[in-house]
Design a protein around this ligand. Structure first.
Ligand SMILES: Cc1cc2nc3c(=O)[nH]c(=O)nc-3n(C[C@H](O)[C@H](O)[C@H](O)COP(=O)(O)OP(=O)(O)OC[C@H]3O[C@@H](n4cnc5c(N)ncnc54)[C@H](O)[C@@H]3O)c2cc1C
Length: 456
């Protein structure tokens, strides 16, 4: 399967990414698809979207799906993200969404996203597995005094739209409940979501789906998609296949351009990187006024996200380079280590014990895309969570399960989510588009830094 946007090293399905998450869970075996199977539904991609779809199909509708992943289940972003259960899964602002889809549909989208946050707590409890929940809501921090007003405005719009509780914090208020450091000028607390162990969430969904009859296979990349009568036949690299009536595309940032023509050049994958330090001592945390287990996102255009893990390590994430080669990754990670020390000076040079990266999926629509193809209603998709899929992707899997099982009787999908995004005009130039966007946003961030140095 072709259509890779980045260096081949980001597409190695033969091994899992050596992350802190992989080091702290036990994986169940996931055999390769062998022989030819039939089912009502096949799901391509065993991340949050695909596994949740399989669980909800089986549990709520008695439909036993076959799930295929090119790597191990949870191999993609679902097993390697920051674990911040947060909203919104979009790059469009609330005013932009209201202009495009109206206030009711925008509120419906936010309610759907908040339900995804609630599901991340309630579903593991109902299914009897532990996602190692931490914190309460999410913090957004102004990395520069001029950015606080924007954060406050967004928080007020969110509260006004759907009543999410928000707290406005000045620098001292933020230091009292969050942290200090050189890029903390106040912020907001958003009362939705929390933080969790993402791979524990993905594998919990897997076990629950299997218990109810879903058949989940790893090491089974779909390399050919054939129409057969009124149905579909998906052929994997090993030659084994599945015949089904419905196919769900749940491949997000790893959507290959040659899987099905309807999905070519719809997604703009971007690299996100994570570092995890050694455990910090109580004294080291106190030196940066660190008080919280709640996830933090800063307001830079090319943002940092971070959180304290249960064993007191700092997880520190940032958007990556636009090449994807191991050398470029090493340069980005070295830059992140330097910036971590600039944000929290007493931690400069702290030992980093884990480094990894993965792909998020952006799109020209700036909001996720959920639906079925107009000319082939047996093909369903949920993609494009704009780097915020921990709450949204499992929710999207459930939304698709309801649509497949109930058709028009399923709960309506908010208009903000419906339909595929426009394609990128020249697929091969997507990496350049990303580089251009990074230059633009990076220049904005640097301009703020220079202004800050000049004025403060
Ligand atoms: C480093 C990083 C940090 C992040 N941090 C956060 C965060 O803190 N909070 C948040 O909300 N979101 C975060 N995200 C985003 C979030 O992880 C994703 O939005 C979410 O996991 C998407 O889930 P998914 O199931 O749709 O896709 P994925 O989990 O990416 O799964 C897609 C799967 O499709 C499979 N696949 C592709 N092609 C084929 C094929 N031909 N045949 C079979 N299988 C195929 C892949 O192997 C892959 O496993 C982060 C992402 C990354 C990479």
């Amino acid at each position: 399967m072709t259509g890779r946007v980045f260096d081949a090293s980001l597409y190695r399905h033969d091994r899992v990414e050596p992350s802190y998450w992989e080091a702290t869970v036990e994986r169940p075996a996931a055999p390769r698809l062998a022989g030819d199977e039939t089912a009502e539904v096949a799901i391509v991609g065993a991340g949050f979207t695909g596994l949740s779809c399989a669980l909800h199909l089986a549990r709520d509708h008695g439909i036993e799906a076959v799930v295929l992943d090119a790597g191990a289940p949870g191999w993609g972003a679902s097993g390697r993200n920051g674990g911040l259960v947060c909203i919104p899964p979009a790059k469009a602002s609330i005013p932009q969404m209201i202009r495009r889809w109206g206030r009711e549909e925008t509120a419906g989208f936010y309610r759907w996203a908040i339900a995804g946050c609630d599901m991340a707590r309630d579903l593991p409890a109902a299914e009897g597995f532990d996602v190692r929940a931490q914190g309460d809501g999410n913090l957004e921090v102004a990395d520069h005094p001029a950015r606080l007003a924007g954060l406050v405005e967004n928080a007020r719009q969110l509260n006004d739209l759907v009543g999410v509780p928000v707290r406005i914090l000045d620098r001292a208020g933020f230091a009292a409940i969050g942290h200090g450091g050189t890029e903390q000028f106040g912020g907001v607390h958003i009362g939705a979501g929390f933080a969790l162990h993402p791979l524990a969430y993905a594998l919990g969904l897997l076990r629950a789906a299997r218990r109810r009859g879903a058949r989940i296979y790893g090491d089974s990349p779909v390399v050919r998609w054939e129409r057969e009568g009124g149905g579909h036949r998906l052929v994997t690299a090993g030659g084994a296949s599945v015949r089904v009536r419905h196919v769900v595309v749940a491949t997000n940032g790893w959507t290959p351009d040659s899987l099905h023509p309807a999905f070519d050049a719809r997604m703009l994958p971007a690299i996100s990187n994570i570092l995890v330090t050694r455990p910090l001592t109580a004294g080291e945390l106190a030196a940066e006024s660190w008080h919280t287990e709640t996830g933090v996102v800063n307001a830079r255009s090319l943002l940092f996200y971070y959180r304290l893990l249960p064993d007191r390590r700092l997880l520190f994430g940032a958007r990556g380079d636009t090449a994807g080669s191991p050398d470029a990754a090493a340069r980005t990670q070295a830059w992140m280590e330097r910036r971590l020390g600039e944000l929290f000076p007493s931690w400069a040079g702290i030992e980093v014990e884990y480094r990894w990266r993965g792909l998020v999926a952006m799109s020209r629509k700036l909001t996720p895309s959920i639906g079925s193809l107009d000319d082939d209603p047996g093909v369903h998709y949920a993609l494009g969570y704009h780097a915020a899929g921990v709450a949204a992707a499992p929710m999207a899997g459930r939304t698709l399960a309801d649509r497949i099982a109930l058709g028009d009787a399923a709960p309506a999908v908010p208009a903000v989510l419906r339909g595929l995004p426009p394609r990128f005009a020249v697929s091969a130039l997507r990496r350049l588009a990303l580089a251009g966007a990074y230059l633009w946003y990076g220049a904005g961030d640097r301009w703020q830094e220079l202004r800050h140095r000049a004025t403060g």
